[in-house]
Design a protein around this ligand. Structure first.
Ligand SMILES: Nc1ncnc2c1ncn2[C@@H]1O[C@H](COP(=O)(O)OP(=O)(O)O)[C@@H](O)[C@H]1O
Ligand SMILES: [Mg+2]
Length: 284
């Protein structure tokens, strides 16, 4: 096919030899199948900022680090340079997340490079060598739904152990390759420790998995894996081997009202003592 303009810099740089076809035009990006030497790869071209939808919202980027304070100030001011820095930070966020997650053993496409707003990565394929389908296009039985759900919950745990929350996980951002589910589409990934919305986003990601798979496996409908995973993470107890039940214990201990009243009384007493002491000082 005719080389799309945005892929020309990669051809000129020798990163890509040929663009074979367009795979998809998603919400945030266009994805192409490309040839790099002998290898067939996948090139994700990010849309310009003004064509993108919601994912750059403050809720996602909170807590993200930029290289230095000059860049942070420029971003805050919204100057042209600031917007460029922000754009680059957005585009490299996905490749950074992919490297981090691949290192942590999460099933993601292998990243190669992000260059001029294009992410080059492994093309995921099904058993016949065709581009891998999205989860929502795969025929599902109850047994397969239970298996994939369990595998994906494990992937979410591995991600969180690496400090990452996907933030837009659903049946549309999971591909099924010859080996099973693979998580994709991570430019909005959130830093679990540095973002106040991380808990809510993790829960939403996991709820999306529950809603999807419980259509085929009704026994999942009332599971609470999101809450359970976050509770363990918050307590510093989450590991890749954590055994999950999908249930969260409700706080059943009655509140200790007397202990609270004792605490209030002791603070009041302390304040009274402090005032008396100050009054005495003044009289001297
Ligand atoms: N590594 C990949 N291998 C195969 N197909 C991919 C790959 N990455 C993306 N795709 C295809 O491109 C589509 C859009 O990619 P995605 O990363 O989800 O971008 P968007 O932000 O536009 O949703 C996916 O639904 C999938 O069909
Ligand atoms: Mg997507």
């Amino acid at each position: 096919m005719k080389t799309p303009k945005r892929l020309l810099p990669l051809i000129e740089d020798g990163l890509v030899d040929e663009v074979l076809r367009q795979l998809m035009s998603g919400k945030e990006a266009k994805v192409y199948v490309v040839r790099c030497g002998e290898e067939i790869r996948c090139a994700k071209v990010y849309k310009e900022a003004n064509q993108r939808s919601f994912k750059q919202a403050a809720a996602y980027t909170e807590g993200r680090k930029v290289k230095n304070s000059r860049q942070a100030r420029a971003m805050a001011k919204g100057s042209k340079y600031g917007r460029e820095v922000q754009e680059e930070a957005w585009q490299t966020a996905e490749v950074d997340a992919l490297y981090r997650l691949a290192d942590a053993g999460v099933r993601v496409p292998e990243p190669y490079i992000c260059f001029e707003g294009v992410l080059l990565m492994e093309l995921l394929t099904d058993a016949n060598g065709n581009a891998a389908p999205r989860l929502n296009d795969v025929e599902m039985s109850e047994a397969l739904a239970l298996q994939y759900h369990a595998e994906l919950i494990h992937q979410v745990v591995l991600m969180l152990c690496a400090g990452v929350v996907h933030g837009d996980l659903s049946e549309y951002n999971i591909l099924v390759d010859a080996e099973g589910p693979v998580i994709i589409d991570l430019p909005q990934a959130v830093d679990a420790a540095g973002n106040n919305n991380a808990a809510a986003m993790l829960e939403r990601d996991v709820d999306n998995l529950r809603s999807y798979f419980s259509q085929f496996a009704p026994s999942l409908a009332h599971s609470q894996f999101g809450k359970e995973i976050w509770k363990l993470y918050e307590a510093g107890e989450l590991t890749p081997d954590s055994v999950l039940t999908g249930r969260v214990k409700r706080e059943t201990r009655p509140a200790d009202v007397r202990a609270v009243l004792r605490e209030v009384e002791s603070v009041r007493q302390e304040e009274e003592d402090r005032r008396r002491y100050l009054a005495e000082l003044r009289q001297q």
